[in-house]
Write a protein that binds this ligand. Sequence first.
Ligand code: UDP
Length: 243
Amino acid sequence: MTVAPIYRRVLLKVSGESLMGKQGFGIDVEVADRIAGDIKDATDMGVQVAVVIGGGNIFRGVAVASKGGDRVTGDHMGMLATVINSLALRTSLVKKGVDAVVLSAIAMPQLCESFSQRKAMWNIEQGRVVIFAGGTGNPYFTTDSAAALRAAEIGADALFKGTQVDGIYSADPKRVPDAERFPVITHDEVLARGLSVMDVAAIALTRENHIPIVVFSIHERGGFRQILQGGGHATLVTEKMAS
Ligand code: UDP
């Protein structure tokens, strides 16, 4: 029996690191194909999916700054890394028969289209998966903030943050075996406890715009679909706890 999805339109944030699989760097095509398969499952259910990809598997601006280099140039390089990842994910989606378009915050017309909110909405309404590349287009930001921004701009019902583990824990579950997973937590609590889910700007932006965040494991095949249907393992970050 097919279970109807509880979300209509979602923004999926995939970190660059999750694309590199077990490699130390770059893109593992098998992983990109698997994530594309999870996205296809969602679109097959009628869910509109837009994606923001990070660039940490290739380059991070802070790495340049920490070695005495120019942060802004480093961030430009990081944003270019997100474009590389976006093109890879589009390739994986197209291979699976999913129509997808890359919209970049930084114009590079030979490679992909430039972002505008109207273009994003039009493509979503045409049934395409929209991949937002280039982060926010500005240095000193992260792709988490870009995900929160784009989620607000497209009116997403939720921001899905794919991570290495299946939710938000009271401590690092890889180091603390009895760390507890929160089933539900508020944006305020995430900020107050300093939980490293997404950066502060991203949490604040989603809170202001009443967008819940679903933190789940990007590595669990089929996990995305289950959560979209109201099951699976995840932490829901919401404005208010149900009383
Ligand atoms: N970046 C940026 N502005 C943005 C988004 C990203 O300057 O709006 C740069 C920044 O240098 C960052 C890199 O791109 O380190 C890769 O993004 P991020 O670290 O968010 O990737 P992830 O950790 O999700 O792989």
